[in-house]
Design a protein around this ligand. Structure first.
Ligand SMILES: O=C(O)CCC(=O)C(=O)O
Ligand SMILES: [Fe+2]
Length: 197
């Protein structure tokens, strides 16, 4: 694990810190390949405005408790942590000195896969959700926009092996998304470690 100076995004009404190369290149390469084959990836259907369609990415949900995660009409039952996912969880917990219960993982198969505007503000995540988001594989752009001030927006590239920590008031004041891209890009895995009571 390599701590290349963390970058504080200094966003208003938020606490967002980006750690490039949290995992160095060769370890990140191995973790990416292993997670691709080890995780229980599936494509869920979601219902938005009465219409049901497949989610534009694959997901998998893990926890060290039995607590399910509900969002966008989906209820996810956890698998237990194991293998490389458990190693990554332990690395992050040691580095941040935070214990997580759960991980919602996303697999973006190509540039057509995406994650629409949302805040991770479900009440099971508590008053000030702490989300540690690890990225492997293809780089994708991550957008933020302020919920109440249209002038406030920002974006960053989530690099292979990076960690993005969102905490404090971030989810209360900001939305985020992974937009689609026309670029011909490969797969990306994102792991969002959370505390779900
Ligand atoms: O893929 C990402 O970087 C973001 C994932 C995300 O926002 C989520 O799962 O809530
Ligand atoms: Fe999110």
């Amino acid at each position: 694990m390599l701590f290349e100076s963390p970058i504080n995004l200094k966003m208003k009404d938020a606490d967002v810190i980006y750690y490039p190369n949290f995992f160095h290149q060769s370890l990140a390469d191995t973790l990416f390949e292993n997670l691709l084959s080890q995780m229980n990836w599936k494509q869920d259907s979601i219902t938005v405005f009465g219409k049901t369609h497949l989610q534009p990415r694959l997901t998998a949900f893990y926890a060290n408790n039995k607590n399910e995660y509900k969002y966008s009409n989906i209820i996810m039952q956890p698998h237990p942590f194991s293998g490389d996912l458990l190693k990554i969880k332990n690395n992050i917990e040691t580095a941040l000195n935070i214990d997580f219960t759960s991980c919602l993982a996303n697999l973006y198969r190509d540039g057509k896969d995406s994650n629409g505007w949302h805040a991770d503000d479900e009440k099971e995540l508590g008053e000030s959700p702490i989300i540690a988001s690890v990225s492997f594989g293809a780089e994708r752009i991550f957008h933020f926009k302020h919920k109440f001030d249209n002038a406030l927006k920002t974006k960053l590239i989530l690099q292979h092996g990076s960690l993005l920590l969102m905490q404090g008031e971030t989810q209360a004041y900001w939305l985020h998304q992974i937009p689609k891209t026309q670029k011909h890009i490969g797969k990306r895995i994102n792991l969002t470690f959370r505390i779900i009571a």
